[in-house]
Design a binder for this molecule. Structure first.
Ligand code: NAP
Ligand code: GDP
Length: 325
């Protein structure tokens, strides 16, 4: 197994993308497909190919594909309301997946692994803007502590694999992601796909469009295709073990109310908009600095949020039957 990998030419890359069928995985697949490189073979996998909570299935997957590189996206993922309900499951499932993927990548002598953290894992009580040095500075927000601690351990594992074995295992910290192939399920999903789903229904049924919480919390949103382009840069160019925040700037943070207004505009919804303040607001904000990213890529252009929301709404309309909802 590992021998096969060592024999491979240093030029040829086989890149295994765990979670390759989700929001971020599908975006990476599209961006890779738009500009394929002859020295890169990509494998996008879903939970149907292997349940990564199983060590044996993880090993069989690596045995089959012999990856030289891994983009590790697979995770139990969800918005605020799924996290509030399932903190224990988020912890257990994600710890198992991450340990299996990283240790199997180590055994197969993979040359590089890029895993995915999230800006929602940072300490709740903090100074702003948050940066990469603050991951372990204090307890995360209580709404998603299971997910957060499991994700933080990826950074611990990366450092340990590097110190003990010299592995090039690193991680990225995206802010709230949205785009085509998102999870539009109201109970499980994140805010933007949830708002899009609700607004579409309200327009069709001529009912009020309900935003959960007060609308005042603030978020930085990144379009999945922008994140995908940054993921490729990380895989190909970024050499640090320490994580890097992949986010729009602090000045691009918007309130949930402003995000909802952009969804209303994209749908050309003319009905009533109401707030259900009996629902949780979650973390008020998690404003992250992208200064480190900007040092590496000063000229990277993010898609304007209004355009990205419109494109996602158009995708949701066109793919309503197959969308996760
Ligand atoms: P997603 O759309 O829910 O996709 C999750 C992916 O993980 C799917 O491909 C799923 O496969 C796979 N998966 C889940 N459980 C698995 C298991 N036991 N074995 C194998 N595969 C499994 O999630 P996403 O939004 O693309 O998230 C990708 C990564 O970005 C995650 O690590 C997440 O924590 C991180 N992230 C997401 C956001 C966000 O706002 N969405 C923000 C920051 C960070 P199936 O489809 O076959 O089930
Ligand atoms: P978070 O960014 O990790 O907190 O997770 P979400 O993407 O689920 O965003 C949660 C924020 O959006 C909270 O302030 C919610 O009150 C607010 N929100 C408003 N409407 C919705 C909705 O339909 N779904 C979700 N998930 N959140 C909503």
């Amino acid at each position: 197994m590992a021998e096969n990998n060592e024999k491979r030419s240093r030029e040829e890359k086989v890149i295994l993308v765990t979670g390759g069928t989700g929001l971020v995985g599908k975006a990476i697949e599209k961006v890779v497909g738009d500009d394929p490189r002859p020295d890169e073979k990509w494998v996008f996998m879903s939970s149907k190919d292997a349940d990564l909570t199983s060590e044996a299935e993880t090993a069989a997957l690596f045995e089959k594909h012999q990856p030289t590189h891994v983009i590790h996206l697979a995770a139990m993922v969800g918005g605020l309301f799924k996290n509030l309900a399932y903190n224990l499951d988020f912890w257990r499932v994600n710890i198992k997946i991450n340990d299996n993927v990283l240790n199997t990548a180590f055994k197969f002598k993979c040359r590089k692994v890029v895993s995915c953290l999230s800006t929602c894992i940072f300490p709740n009580k903090t100074t702003y803007p948050i940066d990469e040095t603050m991951v372990h500075n204090g307890p995360p927000h209580d709404s998603n502590f299971g997910y957060s601690y499991a994700k933080r351990m990826i950074d611990v594992q990366n450092k340990a694999y590097h110190k003990q074995h010299g592995c090039q295992f690193t991680s990225v910290i995206p802010t709230n992601v949205f785009g085509p192939w998102d999870n539009f399920n109201l109970e499980d999903g994140h805010v933007l796909p949830g708002l899009m789903h609700k607004c579409r229904t309200s327009k069709k049924q001529d009912t009020p469009f309900t935003i959960w919480g007060t609308g005042s919390p603030r978020r930085q949103f990144i379009y999945s295709y922008d994140l995908a382009r940054l993921f490729l840069w990380t895989l190909r160019e970024y050499e640090e073990i320490d994580p890097i925040i992949l986010s729009v700037g602090e000045e691009d943070e918007v309130s949930i109310k402003e995000a909802a207004e952009m969804v209303v505009e994209a749908f050309e919804f003319k009905g009533e908009v109401v707030y259900d303040t009996s629902k949780s607001d979650g973390q008020f904000k998690k404003t992250a600095s992208n200064a480190k990213l900007r040092k590496y890529l000063p000229d990277f252009k993010f898609t304007p949020i209004k355009q990205a929301i419109k494109e996602t709404v158009d995708w949701f309309e066109a793919n309503y039957e197959i969308a996760r909802k």
